[in-house]
Design a protein around this ligand. Structure first.
Ligand code: ZN
Ligand code: ZN
Length: 196
């Protein structure tokens, strides 16, 4: 099952021109089984997420992309809260407390590379395939993922319709909800893939 684990929509990510409805219809057209909304430093309200789920047969889950001092952090399974987590340590502590998982997003993107022994301990792994990054950046990211216990994840980082599903994560078993997603990520039963 293919899930795009890194999607930005408007208006919750102000830098995105992609509506949630467009994301879902393009994801279906491009053969994905699900999408994960990862807005910048913002949780989707639970009732709005549930309303969106009613419009599609795809799996729709949500994480958050936190802007931290250690780089952008894709977090899954951290419960919604008003507090923005601005440090790698804070995201890591919150994940440890809630049973969530955290991946360093686009770790080789220009200007964002802050991979050190100090920061590595904040993350379960990295995003090894990012649809907005170059081939070289993704090669470097895939190399970094080898240093972690868990494999790297894949996601489009879509902010526009054209980008939806460029990269995704292929799960060995079907994933039915957010709890199953976090369990599958924890178990390492997946691989990052480039879809085009
Ligand atoms: Zn980012
Ligand atoms: Zn992003």
């Amino acid at each position: 099952m293919l899930i795009d684990l890194h999607c930005h929509t408007a208006p919750y990510s102000s830098c995105s021109s992609l509506s949630p409805a467009e994301l879902l219809s393009l994801a279906e057209e491009r053969g994905l089984g699900g999408v994960c909304l990862t807005e910048h430093d913002t949780w989707w309200p639970a009732e709005e997420l549930e309303a969106l789920r009613q419009t599609t047969s795809l799996l729709v889950v949500a994480g958050v992309e936190f802007t931290t001092d250690a780089g952008h952090a894709l977090a899954f399974g951290i419960p919604a809260g008003a507090k923005v987590l601005a440090s790698g340590d804070a995201v890591s502590a919150s994940a440890a407390e809630s049973g969530g998982v955290v991946f360093l997003a686009h770790p080789a993107r220009d200007g964002l590379l802050r991979v050190t022994a100090e920061t590595v301990r904040c993350f379960d792994s990295v995003e090894a395939a990012n649809g907005s990054d170059s081939r070289l950046q993704n090669m470097a990211a895939a190399g970094l993922a080898k240093g972690f216990r868990l494999p790297g994840i894949g996601g489009s980082d879509a902010h526009t319709p054209a980008e939806v599903g460029r990269c995704a994560t292929r799960f060995t078993l079907p994933v039915g909800d957010e709890t199953a997603l976090v369990a599958a990520l924890r178990a390492g039963a997946y691989e990052a893939v480039h879809c085009e």
